[in-house]
Design a binder for this molecule. Structure first.
Ligand SMILES: [Zn+2]
Length: 494
């Protein structure tokens, strides 16, 4: 039987604490009104008594391929995490790509996230089949996603001047064998994937992610810009995430990484700068003037010890900011409630003046409308309003975090950890009901993930040995770079 074209959610409360009914037609919100809202005869009714209805949270930055590599390391800097990349997804088969995306999607929907920007890595380069497998992972769960292949035409080793030269000869030989795929191959694969893309682009769409400015030649970035313009898709890159990147960028380009990308014509309304921790006031002004988005990832920033982005300056400068979780290897859960709360609380390290701090409302706005704009879904997701997609999270007000309910928005930001998520609706369809993902056989998924992981661990044994050998050397070299002077400081008490 075809689903009823109308659904009405009755008896819920909105974030402002008011009681409201929501009428949905197909995949979109038609009307929000007082309890008792008129609904067409035969409409499906969902009882939301004792529940708070919030817009689905939007994850502005993650890496689904890392979802099989949970627990990868402890005291890893960003550069040590990049050194460990071979242990994340380098040996993935096609079915592993599907599985990793599906696992990430399940984790996200269970914690109230209904859309994400996934910068997925394939090795040695993206492929149309691989991207389609990732897209299918999200589509099968029923989650909205922007899938952006993470690409580079220089290896991590080539990207950091002096790093290879600092290694003993035997290890030098090992890392010199690691070469990135030429830009032409990656661009051709993306073009093919964009042409062939068979998914509903309102649900799962593609974008491009040249990973880090100094990991890509200027010609590669320009080719991404041309392709993005041709197909109307976004570009997403890690910009000044760590001090090492900022220092290397200045050395290499004689200007900040943001200025470099802006001068190349990359920065525009379709551009997301991930992290933007080590950006200065001029960088913030450039990003704001071009209508770009920053994806703020506080959990990851803390975990990798890269310092904390100065988000208040970005918002005051009129720059759009979304919130992301980043990857399972550095955040570590893909939990947007955790990311929102940290975004709020870490904003307090920059100033003793509370008017400089982010508010609960600031971070809710960032995790919904702000991220939605970054994903290119501005005006269709990120709010509960007529005309918006019916992406709705039902929070259980019976949970202890809402006992008693004094201020819905604040309690959601400061107390919710995801355990209050009861149902999740995407495009008017319930994907999670009573904390169970309806679209996935979890026991089967678990079995497949464990089997893939056992196989990958065996296949990665040699790579793991090399990663561990390189770790102290890479760590030492990069910490040296991070100690060089830079005109921005994002460490406390440094
Ligand atoms: Zn990232």
């Amino acid at each position: 039987m075809a689903p009823a074209p109308f659904t009405v959610i009755r008896g819920g409360r909105l974030l402002d604490g008011d009681a409201a009914d929501i009428l949905i037609e197909g995949d979109a919100i038609k009307e929000i009104g007082l309890p008792g809202l008129a609904a067409p005869e035969g409409a499906d009714v969902i009882d939301a008594a004792d529940m708070m209805l919030i817009p689905g949270l939007v994850n502005a930055h993650t890496h689904g391929d890392a979802s099989l590599a949970k627990g990868l390391g402890d005291r890893l800097t960003l550069e040590l995490l990049l050194n460990a990349t071979p242990l994340t997804s380098e040996r993935f088969r096609l079915e592993d790509k599907y599985l990793a995306a599906k696992l990430a999607a399940v984790e996200m929907v269970l914690s109230g996230c209904t859309a994400c920007y996934d910068l997925f890595s394939e090795f040695p380069a993206p492929s149309p089949e691989g991207l389609a497998a990732v897209g299918r992972g999200y589509a099968d769960v029923g989650m909205r996603a922007v899938v952006a292949p993470l690409m580079a035409d220089r290896s991590f080793w080539q990207a950091i001047p002096g790093l290879i030269g600092s290694l003993p000869d035997a290890l030098k030989k090992e890392v010199e064998r690691v070469t990135a795929e030429p830009a032409e191959a990656s661009i051709a694969a993306c073009r093919q994937a964009l042409k062939d893309w068979s998914f509903d682009r309102d649900r799962v769409r593609l974008a491009l992610a040249p990973t880090i400015p100094h990991h890509c030649e200027d010609t590669f970035f320009r080719a991404c810009r041309e392709l993005a313009d041709e197909f109307g898709v976004g570009i997403h890159s890690h910009v000044a995430e760590s001090k090492v990147q900022a220092v290397v960028g200045m050395r290499k380009f004689g200007k900040t990484l943001t200025a470099h990308l802006d001068d190349l014509g990359i920065v525009g309304p379709d551009f997301t700068a991930a992290h933007a921790v080590w950006v200065d006031d001029d960088d913030i002004r450039r990003l704001a003037d071009r209508g770009a988005t920053v994806a703020h990832n506080p959990t990851s920033n803390l975990r990798l010890g890269v310092g904390i982005a100065k988000v208040r300056s970005m918002i005051d400068g009129g720059l759009n900011v979304g919130i992301g979780t980043d990857a399972s290897t550095c955040s570590d859960g893909l939990n947007m409630f955790e990311a929102m709360r940290l975004a709020n609380t870490v904003s307090r390290i920059h100033s003793p003046d509370p008017s400089d701090w982010l508010t609960a409302e600031n971070v809710i706005d960032m995790a919904t409308r702000g991220s939605a704009r970054g994903l290119g879904f501005d005006g269709s997701i990120g709010a509960l309003e007529p005309g918006f997609k019916a992406d709705i999270v039902f929070l259980d007000l019976g949970r202890i975090q809402y006992l008693p309910l004094n201020h819905a928005a604040r309690q959601m930001v400061f107390q919710e950890n995801g355990s209050g998520v009861k149902h999740v609706m995407i495009d008017g369809r319930l994907i999670v009901r009573n904390r169970r993902v309806l679209t996935v056989d979890y026991a089967k998924l678990r079995d497949e993930v464990m089997r893939a992981n056992d196989r990958l661990r065996l296949e990665n044994e040699d790579a793991a040995r090399l990663v561990r050998q390189l770790e102290p050397l890479v760590g030492q070299f990069c910490v040296g770079l991070a100690k060089e002077p830079y005109h921005v400081n994002r460490y406390v008490g440094a």
